[in-house]
Design a binder for this molecule. Structure first.
Ligand code: FE2
Length: 328
C-alpha cells in the first residue's frame, strides 16, 4: 500500500512539473534555414507596408512591383509593420503576392502587426508552415522572447558565407515604462549563442546582418555623433527627417554585437521619414525605405533598399524610389 501511494505521489509530481514548465530548449542549429549564396547577393528590404482591409491592395501590389523589378533580389526581407487593421484573408493575400515573385522572402514583425484581426502567434504559425518561397521559422514555446528569431545561412562551398539574422524587436512595453518594447536579455543570449556556434562550426567568425523593426537606442547616438564629425560615427547616406524612436531602455544588444565582431550591419524600419545609415563603432546602422503610401510618408521617400553582399564580403547599398502616379 505504501509503495502504491509513493508511486502515485511521484506520478502526480511529474505530471504537475511537466504542466508547469512547457518551455522547450531547442538546439542552436534548429534556428537555421539554409539557402545557397549567389555572387553579389541582393537583399531587398521592404518595410512598413501597413496593409489594411480597407486598402486597394492591388494598387499597393502594383506599386511594390516597381521596386521588386528594379531590385532584382535574391531575397526579400519585410521589416515589420506589415499590417494594421488587417484580417487573416488580407494577410494571406499579401503573403501569396510576395510568394508569387518566385524569390525567397521573409518577414520580421513590427509594433503594429498585432493591431489586426489575428494574433502575432497566428501570424508566426501561419508563416512557419507556409512553405514555397517563404523562409520563416518561429519555434513556439522556446525560451527566446518574441515570435521571429531565426537565421538564414547563405551557404557557399559547404561553409556559411554570410548570416542573415532576423530578430523580433517586439511591440509595446507596459512595464517599467510605457512605449516601444526592447530586445530582451534572452534574445541577446540567443544571438550570442548563434554567433559563437557558427564561429565554431566554420572555424572563423562569419559576417552577419541583422534585420528587425524598431531601431536600437544607439541609432540616436550614432546620428548625433556623425553630425559632430566623431570618427567613430561615419554618415554613409540618407537623411533624418523625423525623430528617431527607439525604446526607452537599452538592453545591450549593440555592445554584444561589437564584442562578438560578426554583425557589420543592422537595418530597421519604424521611422517612416528616416532613410539614413551611419557606421558606428564599425557597424552600419541603417533604416530601410517605407514601401507603401498607406501610413505617414513623404511622397519622394517611398520604395525599397537593396544591400548587396559581394564575394569579398563588402557591402554596397542601392535605393529605389517610386511614385503611386506610376501605377494609377
Ligand atoms: Fe510603421
Amino acid at each position: 500500500m505504501k509503495s502504491k501511494l509513493t508511486s502515485l505521489f511521484f506520478a502526480t509530481f511529474l505530471l504537475l512539473a511537466s504542466c508547469g514548465n512547457n518551455r522547450i530548449v531547442p538546439e542552436t542549429k534548429d534556428y537555421f534555414i539554409e539557402i545557397p549564396y549567389q555572387n553579389n547577393f541582393r537583399i531587398l528590404q521592404l518595410t512598413d507596408l501597413h496593409i489594411s482591409d480597407k486598402d486597394d491592395q492591388d494598387l499597393h501590389y502594383r506599386f511594390i512591383d516597381l521596386t521588386i523589378m528594379d531590385a532584382n533580389p535574391h531575397l526579400i526581407v519585410v521589416t515589420g509593420d506589415i499590417f494594421t487593421f488587417a484580417s487573416k484573408s488580407t494577410a494571406k493575400r499579401l503573403f501569396n503576392y510576395l510568394d508569387s515573385h518566385g524569390v525567397p522572402w521573409t518577414v520580421t514583425f513590427g509594433n503594429h502587426d498585432e493591431q489586426c484581426n489575428f494574433s502575432i502567434n497566428w501570424l508566426a504559425q501561419y508563416l512557419s508552415n507556409y512553405g514555397s518561397n517563404c523562409l520563416f521559422k518561429d519555434i513556439a514555446n522556446d525560451n527566446v522572447y518574441g515570435n521571429c528569431n531565426f537565421v538564414i545561412n547563405l551557404k557557399k562551398d559547404n561553409a556559411v558565407h554570410e548570416q542573415i539574422i532576423i530578430m523580433d524587436s517586439n511591440r509595446y512595453n507596459f512595464g517599467s515604462y510605457f512605449g516601444y518594447d526592447y530586445i530582451k536579455q534572452d534574445q541577446i543570449e540567443w544571438y550570442e549563442k548563434i554567433v559563437n556556434y557558427t564561429t565554431e562550426q566554420n572555424g572563423s567568425v562569419v559576417p552577419s546582418i541583422i534585420y528587425c523593426h524598431i531601431p536600437i537606442p544607439e541609432m540616436n547616438e550614432a546620428w548625433e555623433k556623425s553630425q559632430k564629425g566623431d570618427p567613430d560615427a561615419v554618415h554613409e547616406f540618407g537623411e533624418k527627417r523625423e525623430k528617431i524612436c527607439p525604446p526607452d531602455y537599452n538592453s545591450g544588444l549593440f555592445d554584444m554585437m561589437v564584442s562578438l565582431g560578426s554583425t557589420r550591419a543592422m537595418f530597421f524600419g519604424h521611422d517612416h521619414l528616416n532613410n539614413f545609415c551611419v557606421t558606428y563603432k564599425g557597424i552600419s546602422l541603417g533604416y530601410g525605405i517605407t514601401s507603401t503610401n498607406r501610413f505617414y510618408h513623404d511622397e519622394n521617400l517611398i520604395g525599397g533598399q537593396v544591400v548587396v553582399i559581394h564575394d569579398d564580403h563588402s557591402l554596397t547599398y542601392e535605393q529605389y524610389y517610386h511614385s503611386y502616379d506610376e501605377v494609377r
